[in-house]
Design a protein around this ligand. Structure first.
Ligand SMILES: [Zn+2]
Length: 284
């Protein structure tokens, strides 16, 4: 009998030991802001946006400590609005950032100027990738930059939003789309340039605003999971009823940071599993 228990124990131990490391993506509950932490199977740490200044001050040091993160291998900032880049100052105080990638759209906001000065002081290299750039992160994992185009968008409703970095993370068979706050002009150009674009998971652009919604876009993309980074009681009426209707019509499973808290997706490159943590409420 004892031998049977030993055999079961050994089998479980071997199974645990042989389980391949997973890609883990944490869509952080950043209130009205947007912040995603990515841990790769090889142990790298990436971030796509880092929420507002307040979110950064209140939560990022704790999150970095919790995950024992001392270094961010690449920080992607989709565009220079405070709800996406404000947290960078808290990050700089707590971790080393190896490289920062952003769209390079000239913007004279104080938060963006401070960001550039802070990076300069800390000797952090800044890159401005444009559509067509492919970043090899590690074997099996790449990030493709799908937008903005080299010439950038001009004279749109919001040039800052439309020039958002749009990332497609590809891990084996799984594709996760991060469109920043790209609005209709950028999204239309995206579908024109990549007519066969598909993804399994989409971080919904511009927090689910009507300004980032094209008819039929979710039918084309065919995601099975949508993540909406949005705060409670949004004064801007987001996520828009039109977005929610479109996602439901395409049978896309919806997760919202205002309802579900932080949303974690794990993947072995072929399947996805989702966990939510409502304890992580933040609403500024
Ligand atoms: Zn935003």
């Amino acid at each position: 009998m004892k031998n049977i228990y030993m055999l079961i124990f050994l089998t479980i131990t071997v199974q645990l030991a042989s389980r391949p490391p997973l890609l883990s993506i944490h869509f952080l509950n950043a209130g009205h802001g947007d912040a995603t932490l990515i841990r790769t199977p090889a142990g790298k740490t990436l971030m796509v946006d880092c929420g507002s200044r307040t979110f950064g001050q209140v939560h990022l040091p704790r999150i970095m400590h919790l995950f024992r993160i001392r270094q961010i291998d690449a920080l992607f900032l989709s565009h220079p609005h405070d709800d996406h880049i404000g947290g960078v100052h808290a990050l700089l105080k707590n971790v080393r950032i190896k490289v920062l990638l952003e769209p390079g759209f000239a913007c004279d906001s104080s938060v963006y100027c401070k960001l550039l000065n802070n990076c300069q002081r800390n000797n952090i290299p800044i890159q401005f990738p444009t559509a067509g750039t492919s970043i090899h992160v590690e074997p099996g994992l790449t990030i493709q930059i799908l937008s903005p185009p080299a010439g950038l968008f001009r004279y749109t409703r919001s040039d800052i939003n439309n020039n958002s970095l749009v990332l497609l993370l590809i891990y084996k068979n799984i594709r996760i789309l991060f469109p920043g706050d790209a609005e209709n002009v950028a999204l239309a150009a995206l579908f024109k340039r990549y007519p066969l674009l598909r993804c399994d998971v989409i971080k919904i652009p511009h927090h689910g605003s009507r300004t980032a919604h094209l008819p039929g876009m979710y039918r084309k993309l065919q995601p099975s999971i949508a993540i909406i980074p949005c705060g409670r009681n949004s004064p801007w009426g987001i996520p828009s009823p039109l977005l929610l209707y479109s996602l439901k019509r395409e049978d896309v499973k919806i997760y919202r940071t205002d309802i579900n808290g932080t949303i974690r997706i794990d993947s072995n490159g072929y399947t996805l599993s989702v966990q939510t943590n409502k304890a992580t409420h933040f609403n500024e």
